[in-house]
Design a protein around this ligand. Structure first.
Ligand code: ADP
Length: 315
């Protein structure tokens, strides 16, 4: 008995982490004030948490408008490089205006937290849709991928690489429109420049990043290939039991397209997942992703919210 009591007394690492998280959540006030703009928000529903941020629905008290508030405790931003990284994310994101990119409205702080207000994406992300549905229908995959490509073309025209495109960063609003978010690993590139470093681990990491050959816009195109593959076939192309094996497969370009996959989809995926970055489609060349014949197939103009949990019926 005594031993059990003692075990109960000693907090595990997981308990401590939970306690810390609860502490941080308790530190988010119910009334949030942006003093610079003189805007007051009431904290609403908890939306989710990431590596650093807790996200809540915030209601503007004057206009009743709902936004997503990404809230980061200053206790997590004690090191200069953490603050620099966040400033870089905001400076890239705040100037973006595209219907398929999450809009960043404002950035402010109080003595405890840093706040970023964002366009609310109430239908979560393609990650949750994927977890419920696994493979989606070909028209749905096309519907989502077209919007991702439009957003990525916009970013690349502005010389921005997102570098962490993945299902969890493809948010959905109430109209089921895709909005690219989370610019935490994004960077800008100069003409002809190749980036040498990447602080963080992208989910759909491209071979040139793994091999530290220098990387650029093509890493986003690679990620779109992984996204389309995952949407169509229900699991990522290079998935294995271990990260080491997955990385080995990425480096050798080892993946299997199911034999019954639509020919156009298979051809586009092979192009997007070309091992050599220069061989992938690009907005810098005449060969754009969206010009591929895959996109001539039926693409619904809208999707019902019900497709978050079941396949839609197309008439
Ligand atoms: P971090 O940069 O710390 O990883 P994220 O950007 O991933 O934080 O955000 C954490 C979580 O908050 C997301 O997984 C998602 O559930 C939610 N979230 C983020 N942005 C929005 C948004 N614009 N609308 C709705 N929920 C959001």
């Amino acid at each position: 008995m005594r031993q059990i009591a003692a075990e109960r007394m000693a907090p595990t690492a997981a308990d401590l982490k939970k306690q810390q998280q609860q502490q941080r959540m308790a530190d988010v006030p119910d009334l949030i004030v942006d003093r610079d703009r003189d805007v007051r928000y009431v904290k609403g529903k908890f939306l989710g948490k990431g590596g650093f941020a807790h996200c809540y629905e915030l209601r503007n008290m004057a206009t009743a408008e709902l936004v997503a508030g990404k809230i980061v405790s200053k206790t997590l931003l004690t090191k200069q490089y953490q603050r620099d990284k966040m400033a870089q994310e905001v400076s890239i994101h705040r100037n973006l205006r595209h219907e398929n990119v999450v809009r960043l409205f404002s950035f402010f702080e109080d003595h405890k937290n840093v706040y970023i207000t964002l366009e609310l994406c109430a239908r979560r992300s393609l990650m949750e849709l994927h977890k419920r549905r696994k493979a989606v229908t070909d028209p749905e995959a096309r519907y989502f991928t077209v919007q991702v490509c439009r957003a990525v073309e916009y970013l690349h025209e502005k010389r921005i690489i997102h570098r962490d495109l993945k299902l969890g960063n493809l948010f959905l609003n109430d109209e089921m429109m895709v909005k690219i978010g989370d610019f935490g690993l994004a960077t800008t590139v100069d003409e002809g420049e190749r980036k040498r470093t990447l602080c963080g681990t992208p989910n759909y990491i491209a071979p040139e990043v793994l091999e530290k050959r220098g990387h650029s816009f093509e890493v986003d195109i690679w990620a779109i290939g992984c996204i389309l593959y995952t949407l169509l076939f229900g699991k990522p192309p290079f998935e294995t039991e271990s990260l080491k094996d997955t990385y080995a497969r990425i480096k050798t370009n080892t993946y299997r397209i199911p034999a019954d996959a639509p020919t156009e989809a298979a051809s586009l995926i092979r192009w997007l997942l070309a091992p050599e970055p220069a061989q992938r489609p690009s907005i810098r060349k005449a060969s754009h992703t969206l010009e591929h014949s895959y996109f001539q197939g039926f693409t619904p103009r809208r999707l019902p919210v019900s497709c978050l949990s079941m396949p839609p019926k197309f008439n």
